[in-house]
Design a protein around this ligand. Structure first.
Ligand SMILES: Nc1ncnc2c1ncn2[C@@H]1O[C@H](COP(=O)(O)OP(=O)(O)OP(=O)(O)O)[C@@H](O)[C@H]1O
Ligand SMILES: [Mg+2]
Length: 440
């Protein structure tokens, strides 16, 4: 690409092998001769101009079920925040996105976090293959390491360098996914530096311009028509981790981040301690892109996808209400059909939302498989409710062999899943029937 702020006519350009500091072309820029080298210096704090920003309409598929289907699928060019207390899985989910997100280029900024986590990326990524291109993941990954043992002043540099590199590739027409772990460390560096400069402190000692800095950073995301070429489009999606002290998101960094990002994955310490991973809380998280993406899912995935999602979400909300009742009167006192709701919700949680980042098969799940998995669970739920209305008991339904098949869906490889699903569908129809009540 032509360096920033340079325009003119190419007078001479050479081919061959070069060092980054060699001159490869000469430009005639309004009478002046400009040398163009492979290495370019860009100002990192100034956002690169684009012709036009477009609304994000395509999901960024991440292969993580709770992210893609359930909650909030991030649209290409969107922004997401992952706040969570310590140990709740912020780093693991960012690594998962870096590994599997359907982007051309991934920029991963390790900002003020542990050094061994960066080493882990360096050792694991070269061994992994991109599910889309079948090439080593490392080829499309840029790592910016500014770990906790490095100077605080460089925290800010790492964030801005990352986003500028992302803009550079966006201008070439690529889709970039940028992860920053963690933006809280950057904010703390701002606080430290601003303190030494004796600036007036704002809320909790952070500088008064904290909010502006954070929003300027997230504003650089987007789906855009680039300045170099009207026909060319590229996007940057930003996923920023926030580590609020004590997990309390009322602190300034979380609040300022939530104000600008449109997706919120609330990581929950109690889910993490129950080993429910990814520990994204389904009742608190949200995605403001859901409506923009509805049409895409309808046409590209399945016409009933949105319906199944709403039904599943409704079941989980109902579960939260019923759990309060259970605490008062006990599970046995519930009517059978409410026991069935609790059972369906349990299947959604355990057999769909939980996804191990360390399982060879389950670490990545295609959209098609996600859809079929949830469809099977909801089909089972509906069949149970119907059977119960005709006199079956939850106790009897609980011992059906098809249940095991549902809980094993995760372990089935992508290529075998269509067959597995069609068998499963038949088994549900055959096994979950009201005559069962009379037969027992
Ligand atoms: N998707 C997952 N599958 C399996 N295990 C997980 C998953 N997510 C998190 N974990 C477990 O939780 C542990 C803590 O996760 P992680 O290091 O991502 O937390 P964190 O929020 O980044 O913590 P910190 O604030 O200390 O950086 C991991 O080491 C792993 O054992
Ligand atoms: Mg971490």
């Amino acid at each position: 690409m032509v360096p920033l702020g340079v325009s003119g006519e190419v007078k001479d350009i050479s081919g061959g092998k070069f060092r980054v500091s060699d001159t490869v072309a000469y430009l005639n820029a309004s009478g002046k001769q400009v040398e163009v080298k492979l290495k370019q210096s860009w100002p990192v704090r100034v956002p690169r101009r684009v012709l036009r920003k477009l609304p994000p309409e395509i999901p960024l598929v991440t292969g993580q079920r709770v992210v893609d289907t359930f909650f909030p699928p991030v649209a290409k060019g969107g922004t997401a925040a992952v706040p969570g207390p310590f140990g709740s899985g912020k780093t693991v989910i960012q690594h998962q996105l870096a590994k599997w997100a359907d982007a051309d280029i991934v920029v991963y900024i390790g900002c003020g976090e542990r050094g061994n986590e960066m080493t882990e990326i360096l050792t694991t990524f070269p061994e992994l293959t991109d599910p889309k291109t079948r090439r080593p993941l490392m080829e499309r990954t840029i790592l910016i390491a500014n770990t906790s043992n490095m100077p605080v002043a460089a925290r800010e540099a790492s964030i801005y360098t990352g986003i500028t590199i992302a803009e550079y590739y966006r201008d070439m027409g690529y889709d970039i996914a940028l992860m920053a772990d963690s933006t809280s460390r950057w904010a703390e560096a701002l606080r430290e530096i601003s303190g030494r400069l004796e600036e007036m402190p704002g809320e909790e000692g952070y500088p008064a311009y904290l909010g502006r800095r954070i929003s300027e950073f997230y504003e650089r995301a987007g789906n855009a028509q680039v300045i170099a070429d009207e026909e060319r489009y590229g996007s940057i999606t930003i996923v920023g981790a926030v580590s609020p002290p004590g997990g309390d998101i009322s602190e300034p960094v979380s609040q300022n981040t939530l104000r600008v990002t449109r997706v919120f994955w609330a990581l929950d310490a109690s889910l993490a301690s129950r080993r429910h991973f990814p520990s994204i809380n389904w009742l608190n998280s949200y995605s403001l892109y859901r409506n923009d993406l509805r049409k895409w899912f309808d046409t590209n995935l399945a016409p009933d996808f949105n319906l199944i999602y709403s039904e599943a979400m409704g079941t989980l909300q109902k579960e939260a209400e019923l759990q309060e009742v259970v605490q008062l009167v006990g599970y046995d006192a519930l009517p059978e059909r409410e026991k069935a709701v609790l059972d369906t919700a349990r299947m959604i949680r355990e057999d769909f939302l939980q996804q191990s980042a360390f399982d060879e098969v389950d670490q990545y799940c295609s959209l098609r498989k996600q859809y079929l998995m949830l469809k099977a669970i909801m089909k089972m739920g509906r069949a149970q409710t119907e059977a119960i209305e005709k006199g079956a008991q939850m106790r009897q339904l609980q011992s059906l062999p098809v249940r095991e098949k549902i809980s094993r869906m995760k372990e089935v490889r992508e290529e075998d899943f269509e067959k597995y699903y069609s068998e499963l569908e038949k088994e549900i129809e055959e096994e979950v029937r009201p005559p069962l009540a009379e037969a027992v």
